[in-house]
Design a protein around this ligand. Structure first.
Ligand code: C2E
Ligand code: CA
Ligand code: CA
Length: 709
């Protein structure tokens, strides 16, 4: 389907808005995502950094605890006096006095054990009381003692599980401060210190580890570091909660972040809503634009564009054919002129409403302009049926306000053959409609090729006529106008003759053709000039020339006639222009202007074909005709028609009552001549008194008449 400009523009704008909205949303979401990621990453990193610091602090706490015991062990084991005392028999008492008794209440150790080089316990005190270290510390204790036996090494320190909890046990060989020679296996001094809650609390304080505690199993949800025994197994865990500073900061700013997120969501929602409603608005506008581009605003039916579009889209099917009907209202212009455009529009709307429903096979209806409609039929009903349905619809008068309005219609129909283009289908229906209108009101015509051929012939004839006019091939014949009283020739009527190679062509054919094709003005002037040129040779004779309504309506007409008269120095008083009454009805003002202008110069006017039209007497009187020409049909009616004489008599007495002289046309026999003379015609014309003849024949006839007189 073709899109109109407005619709294409709306669609483009809609796409731009949709794209801009999506772009905006994507960018906003991307930025939001990035921000969220940064915040989460900062929170996590801050937590990790602090957790790592706390882990290092825990390690440091254990190291400091171990160092302190290590120093205490070394200060007591590497001691000349102790070395000397421990190998004497008083060793046991010495050990008690210096270490065992101290253990009762001493912050640096909870117990002291001295073992001899052979591994036996010399002295073992726990909190000032003797105890059995092997049972207390287990098998591993012997291993530690053995490892510590040699001089010159640092104190050995290991954690042990005891009945009182986890203890740090430090052992070192008892030795002199300075030993020159290699020493044998030595006695070993061991101190131990329990990791009591007080100790843990002190470590927690010293190292900034809030919530530090010692527990047996691996803690869940807490940071921790394992406390390992001599053989590497975890016997307890130092555990503490993460301070998670990142999370703390995050929790502090969380309300602001949440508010910002909420505002963003509301804002994006607003953008989405605004974008969506704008896109919907443009979509609606585009729909309206498309409707308007394809529809007629007055009737709501399809317009020409919409009809062509519809025809393009309707595929032909094998079973049913598509036909197009063009319907032109007869008498619509009169309705418009008489009642005004508002009533005309109302009539169009009523007809537009009724037409599509006139037959079930009508699938589309359009208004092509003015009072011309189109109907599309898809189906098998014969054309006549549809045409009758259309005409039947218009038979009923339309009621508008309190007026009753009658219109008829002319119909042109065409069938779509296989691959006929829509424009061609429209042209054919149009051609048929044109012919229907030519045939008269209320007619329906179906297109067939003959119409085209005739159009072609007319086009050719028009070309011939143009050439004939310019080459001067069209010549006037002159028909005598005779005095009813004396039988003397008083004037001539110039009648156009076109002798063509194919035979004479009647003015009844070429005059209307000249009118339609715009050649009538040139032909009219040509006829006037040639007729005057000949009539100049017949002094005393009047000249009548026929004038087409179209010529009369030409504003230059009067000036053209005057110019020709001047050119030939012809007396305007000898010239009569014959006009028919039709023009007085259709364009009275223009006709009147030309007539008044020419009458000023003394030119006379005759009303041609009087008695066969409808002009009112009043109208005829206004124009001030100098003569009436009784139509041939009335003259022949004298013999044929019922009441023929009465009608003729009435017509003539009408003219005489208006004081207008009358010419009788088409007198073919003496009886007609007698009746007309008797009823008061002063001039006779017809085959009886003289057929149309050449200028030469007129001259001969005048000579005869002169010699006879
Ligand atoms: P019209 O003006 O009524 O001319 C009279 C017509 O009746 C002429 O036909 C004439 O030949 C014919 N006629 C005259 N007497 C008799 C008769 O006794 N019996 C019969 N049967 N016919 C008779 P024509 O020449 O064929 O002209 C036909 C019409 O063409 C004219 O009718 C006139 O309206 C028009 N016409 C002819 N020449 C011109 C012209 O130069 N200009 C214009 N505008 N119209 C012309
Ligand atoms: Ca005439
Ligand atoms: Ca006539």
């Amino acid at each position: 389907m073709s899109l109109n400009f407005a619709e294409r523009r709306m669609r483009a704008q809609t796409s731009v808005i949709v794209a801009a909205t999506i772009c905006f949303l994507v960018i906003a979401l991307l930025l939001t995502g990035l921000m969220a990621y940064v915040v989460a990453e900062m929170t996590r990193s801050a937590n990790e950094i602090d957790d790592a610091r706390a882990s290092r602090a825990a390690q440091t706490a254990i190291a400091a605890f171990t160092d302190r015991l290590s120093t205490t062990v070394r200060d007591n084991a590497v001691w000349d006096q102790a070395y000397e005392a421990i190998i004497t028999a008083e060793a046991k008492d010495w050990a008690y006095d210096n270490w065992g008794s101290t253990s009762e209440d001493y912050p640096l150790y909870d117990g002291a054990i001295v073992t001899s080089p052979d591994g036996s316990v010399v002295s073992a005190y726990r909190k000032g009381k003797p105890f059995e270290p092997r049972g207390y510390f287990g098998e591993a204790f012997a291993r530690q003692i053995r490892a510590a036996e040699t001089a010159g090494q640092s104190p050995l320190l290991n954690f042990f599980e005891t009945d009182d909890g986890v203890a740090l046990v430090g052992s070192q060989a008892v030795q002199p401060y300075r030993s020159g020679a290699e020493l044998p296996k030595l006695s070993v001094l061991t101190f131990y210190k329990l990791l009591t809650p007080d100790v843990i609390a002190a470590l927690s304080n010293e190292h900034g580890l809030d919530g530090l505690r010692l527990q047996a199993g691996p803690p869940s949800g807490l940071l921790n570091t394992a406390v390992r025994s001599i053989d590497g197994t975890a016997i307890a865990y130092l555990a503490w909660p993460s301070t998670a500073p990142g999370s703390v900061v995050f929790n502090k700013v969380y309300p602001y972040v949440a508010s910002a997120a909420a505002i963003l969501v509301v804002f994006l929602g607003g953008v989405l809503f605004a974008g969506g409603s704008e896109a919907r608005r443009l979509h609606r506008l585009a729909e309206t634009a498309r409707f308007q581009a394809n529809h007629d605003s007055l009737s709501g039916l399809l317009n020409r564009h919409g009809l062509l579009d519809f025809l393009e889209r309707s595929e032909p099917t094998a079973s049913s054919m598509l036909s197009l009907y063009l319907v032109d209202l007869d008498g619509f212009k009169a309705v418009n002129d008489a009642w005004g455009h508002a009533v005309g529009d109302a009539l169009i709307r009523l007809v537009a409403k009724a037409l599509p429903a006139c037959h079930p096979e009508i699938v589309a209806a359009a208004r092509l302009g003015g009072d011309e409609f189109a109907l599309v039929q898809v189906g098998t009903a014969p054309h006549g049926e549809i045409e009758r349905a259309i005409l039947a619809l218009l038979v009923e008068p339309f009621k508008i306000d309190d007026r009753t309005i009658e219109v008829g219609a002319s119909i042109g129909a065409a069938v779509r053959a296989d691959s006929l283009a829509s424009l061609e289908l429209l042209r054919r229906a149009d051609m048929a409609l044109y012919r229907a209108k030519e045939n008269g009101k209320g007619q329906a015509v179906q297109y067939d090729l003959e119409l085209d051929r005739e159009r072609q012939r007319i086009a050719e004839l028009e070309g011939d006529l143009r050439r004939a006019i310019t080459s001067g091939a069209i010549e006037p014949a002159f028909q005598p106008l005779v005095s009813a009283a004396t039988g003397e020739i008083v004037g001539v009527e110039a009648l156009a003759r076109w002798p063509s190679p194919a035979g004479n062509i009647s003015p009844e054919i070429f005059i209307p053709l000249a009118e339609k094709s715009g050649l009538i003005d040139v032909l009219g002037v040509h006829m006037l000039r040639t007729a005057i040129r000949h009539t100049k040779n017949w002094p005393g004779l009047a000249l009548s020339v026929n004038v087409s309504p179209i010529q009369l309506c030409n504003p230059d007409f009067a000036a053209q006639v005057i110019a020709v008269l001047k050119e030939f120095d012809f007396d305007p008083g000898r010239l009569t222009l014959e006009i028919t009454e039709g023009v007085l009805m259709t364009s009275p003002d223009q006709a009147r202007r030309s007539i008044d202008h020419l009458k000023c110069f003394g030119i006379k006017f005759a009303l041609d074909d009087f008695g066969c039209g409808y002009a009112s007497i009043g109208a005829l009187r206004q124009f001030g005709f100098d003569r009436m020409k009784i139509d041939r049909s009335l003259v022949s009616g004298v013999e044929n028609a019922v009441n023929g004489i009465e009608v003729l008599r009435a017509t003539i007495s009408l003219a005489t009552a208006l004081d207008i002289p009358v010419t009788a046309e088409g007198i073919e026999n003496a009886r007609q001549a007698a009746i007309l003379r008797e009823t008061g015609c002063d001039q006779l014309q017809g085959y009886l008194v003289g057929k149309p003849m050449s200028a030469r024949d007129i001259s001969i006839r005048l000579l005869h008449e002169a010699s006879a007189a």
